[in-house]
Design a protein around this ligand. Sequence first.
Ligand code: TYM
Length: 334
Amino acid sequence: KPRVFSGIQPSGGLTLGNYLGALKRFAMKQDEGIETIYCLVDLHAVTVWQDPEALRRQTREAAAAFIASGVDPQRSILFNQSQVGAHAELAWLLNCVARLGWMNRMTQFKDKAGKNAEKASLGLYAYPALMAADILLYHATMVPVGEDQKQHVELTRDIAAKFNHDFGVEFFPAPEPLIEGTATRVMSLRDGTKKMSKSDPSDASRINLTDDADTIAKKIRKATTDPAELPSEIDGLKDRPEARNLVNIYAALADMTPAQVLGEYGGKGFGTFKPALAELAVEKLAPISTEMGRLMADPAEIDAVLGQGANKADAIARPIVERTYEIMGMVRSR
Ligand code: TYM
């Protein structure tokens, strides 16, 4: 039975990259009528230092972003990871299945730990095994993510296969990464070779879901581009990462293909294209930020939604982690 699981770290404000690469597609999967489970992965967030007050606020804000993007807590399960203890439990068991050599190949750890990996937390290193636990805990079959998470979902498949092999069971299904659409890797507005990220020191490099209309328009107007006109064929974007990024963003926001966007704007300069993109971005994003603001006015209501989501998630996850303990030989007697 198809089941979707995905997660987002509440480790900062969410960006247009998170919206197009994840949130928007999460709502689409839900609307296809598939069972969908979405998680604010606060246990992942604390693999790097988080100010406790900021983490609480960002978790509620990320929950508001899900709801404002069309994830309906009545039709999807929406919860924060730390409220369902089975995530940490299965993560430990999978820590004992995953191999050091596999973890050493994870490029995100290398990026995040930087040059001085000795100073990184043990949690940051084990992060991908916790992510595997998130997915396998629900026997999820589909994992919608942006391109940067592909390696982690593939690792999850390896961990599932090794567990099944080691214990001679067919217990964990292999999940498929779903990396679809034209915005699976939204790039920085300042540098078309870098991913748009909530941790980039330059706020002008990204559009935050909390930015107001003026800020969104200004950031797009100021986005780094080359001086040439837009080409009329996709091939013409090959060596123009900034132009390609803006065309991809336009396509994703408008539910068009990049070829259709170039059909409309090919031969036109950024003097024409940027204002059009700014208008489209404001049209699509301003209602989300307004709705987030409305929801954030009542944090108790958001907490109630997360609590109910956690109960529903726990009802699926608890039997699966219990069965995992049994398979591994732990005595269960209560
Ligand atoms: P995170 O919090 O970094 O990002 C959340 C989602 O947003 C996508 N994304 C982007 N997509 C396109 N362009 C961008 N510039 C961009 N930036 C971020 C990410 O690919 C991701 O889909 N490890 C995960 C969270 C996680 C998870 C899971 C995901 C924990 N457990 C289980 C799926 C299943 C992460 O750090 O995502």
